[in-house]
Design a protein around this ligand. Structure first.
Ligand SMILES: [Zn+2]
Ligand SMILES: [Zn+2]
Length: 174
């Protein structure tokens, strides 16, 4: 393809690095969305919950790089894009990649939760492999209580989707 013939047909992928796990980089990327999208082609989407859990798959037709679009859940509902590893459309639709803003939101909500003062019982947390003491009012330590509340929908849900470099599930563990 002659990229000079059509200014839209230029690869801008290298201009955008991996998102850092902080609200500023998500916010910046949201502002860049319109410009980034002009150089990419949407090839699939998955809507789990309209306006909330909605994913789009984009491809750069020049270099083949895949990008995932997510609706931010931590700043107003705006789209942003981030680079993802190569995958098939089928595999992607079954299991989209984890959206970095959900990692940021989860960690920030949990840190706020963990900043409370807890009182401890003599028994250990009942979660396998955890050596912390359970807190008063729960069979879990404060961390695992937050995790179970999260699964039950009482607090922010854990990030969903396939983990991929540069992000690691370890990011959400203290
Ligand atoms: Zn490209
Ligand atoms: Zn625990």
């Amino acid at each position: 393809m002659d990229s000079k013939a059509n200014p839209q047909a230029q690869c801008h992928c290298q201009a955008y690095g991996d998102l850092l796990l902080n609200i500023e980089s998500i916010e910046k990327r949201m502002l860049e969305f319109k410009d980034m999208r002009r150089h990419l082609k949407q090839i699939a989407q998955k809507v789990v919950e309209p306006g909330w859990e909605h994913y789009r798959l984009y491809k750069c037709e020049i270099c083949g790089q895949l990008w995932q679009g997510c609706l931010s859940t931590i700043i107003d509902d705006g789209w942003y894009l981030f680079r993802i590893p190569s995958t098939t459309q089928k595999a992607w639709k079954e299991d989209p990649f984890v959206c970095p803003d959900t990692i940021v939101g989860y960690i920030s909500d949990r840190n706020e939760y963990l900043s409370q003062e807890f009182q401890y019982k003599k028994e250990k947390c009942k979660t396998n492999g955890c050596s912390k003491l359970a807190i008063v009012g729960s069979v879990h330590c404060e961390f695992h209580l937050f995790e179970s509340l999260s699964k039950a929908g009482g607090v922010r849900k854990q990030p969903k989707g396939r983990w991929f470099g540069p992000y690691s599930e370890q990011a959400i563990y203290p």
